[in-house]
Design a binder for this molecule. Structure first.
Ligand code: PLP
Length: 366
């Protein structure tokens, strides 16, 4: 069987370095807020190209902390609006509503599934305080036009970089393009921990200090509490593992891109729409999404051929029960993507034979 993602094989690739790192932490007797966090935060900030990185408990928290910190800093208030792509993973929207902010959903382009920047300006109101872009599936969503709109209307640009570690926009890493970025190190992400983990990157010192306090009970000085924060810290053991995997991230992303290159070149079935890529470095291929009018039948067929696939995602946020107040919205592009999308296996550990088997099976789908 060809697994959607073989995490065991990914870990095995770096087993010696990872075992060494884990044992180092175990033997050190120091498990939180120590040297491993410091080192990883420094290396991750350097990798992304920001002044600061703040480790936290998971990717959802990273995004929650960015908006919460802006509220604490007086930049936003509950009730303010944040523009966000309608077809994102729900965590992006949860981070907005968790802070009492209002998500304003903007349709993506069908051509690359990223927020349609030509629709953003008409969604801006007096209450708009930020645009939250999501580099969905690993592809860069940033455009100069979005940056111009932020300047023109004095909006913060927040990036959800959970899926896009290793993605470049003209030589700059996603996660460094806006005012702040939330990162997830969920095990299946391009840079994955062995459990939950996340981080915020920013070059805004005041924001970084506020987030560091919020994620540590609201305290920057022991037993002195400035904010009603939470415990949302990154474990030393996860930081040590992430630091090992960070060293290999670019080579892993290059392997993902080479799988994608073969899929794009060799999948010729007219029933299947593969991503059309103009800048290969601007896609870190966390996922390889295809579209097919008969998506469910394609998934069933591939499963019978021994190929695991996943739908990202079956129900859009505005059709979820938890967002009843948005259920009436009609977002046809988003809904079409959710009806037609299927993600094929992609990872840095797929063999050429496995890639060929996926291509052959997809091409034979009738
Ligand atoms: C995974 C993901 C998150 C949330 O990350 P967790 O670490 O699972 O909390 C947020 N946004 C997007 C787009 C994601 O894919």
């Amino acid at each position: 069987m060809i697994k959607f993602l073989n995490l065991q094989k990914i870990t095995a690739k770096y087993a010696d370095e990872i075992h060494e790192a884990v044992l180092r932490v175990v033997d050190s007797g120091w498990y939180l807020q120590g040297a491993e966090n410091e080192r990883f935060e420094r290396n991750f900030a350097q990798y992304i190209g920001t002044e600061h990185a703040i480790g936290c408990a998971n990717g959802l928290d990273a995004l929650i902390w960015i908006f919460r910190a802006y509220i604490e800093m007086g930049v936003m208030q509950p009730g303010d609006e944040v523009i966000v792509p309608a077809n994102t993973y729900i965590a992006t929207i949860l981070a907005i509503t968790e802070n009492g902010l209002t998500p304003v959903l903007v349709e993506p382009r069908l051509s690359d599934y990223q927020i349609d920047d030509s629709l953003i300006e008409s969604a801006i109101t007096e209450r708009t305080k930020a645009i939250c872009i999501v580099h969905l599936y690993g592809q860069c969503a940033y455009t100069e036009q979005i940056s111009e709109l932020c300047k023109k209307y004095n909006l913060k640009l927040v990036e959800d970089n959970a899926q896009a570690h290793g993605c470049l926009y003209h030589g700059r890493k996603t996660g460094s393009l806006g005012d702040a970025a939330g990162h997830s190190f969920y095990p299946g992400k391009n840079l994955g921990a062995f459990g939950d983990a996340g981080a915020v990157t920013t070059s805004d010192k005041a924001l970084a200090d506020t987030i560091r306090a919020l994620a540590n009970y609201g305290s920057s000085k022991k037993y002195v509490f400035e904010y009603t924060g939470r415990n949302s810290r990154l474990d030393e053991i996860q930081a040590a593992i992430l630091d090992v995997k960070l060293r290999h991230l670019d080579e892993d992303v290059a392997l993902r891109q080479s799988v994608a290159q073969r899929y794009c070149a060799e999948i010729t079935n007219p029933k299947i729409i593969v991503p059309s890529i103009s800048d290969w470095k601007a896609h870190a291929f966390h996922l390889f999404p295809v579209r097919c009018a008969e998506r469910d039948r394609l998934q069933q067929y591939l499963s019978e051929q021994g190929i695991q696939t996943i739908i990202h995602y079956p129900i859009p946020p505005h059709k979820q029960e938890c967002y009843r107040q948005m259920n009436h919205l009609s977002l046809p592009v988003t809904e079409q993507i959710h009806n037609e999308e299927l993600s094929l296996p992609i990872s840095p550990v797929m063999s050429e034979e496995e890639i060929s088997a996926v291509i052959n099976a997809v091409n034979k789908f009738e």
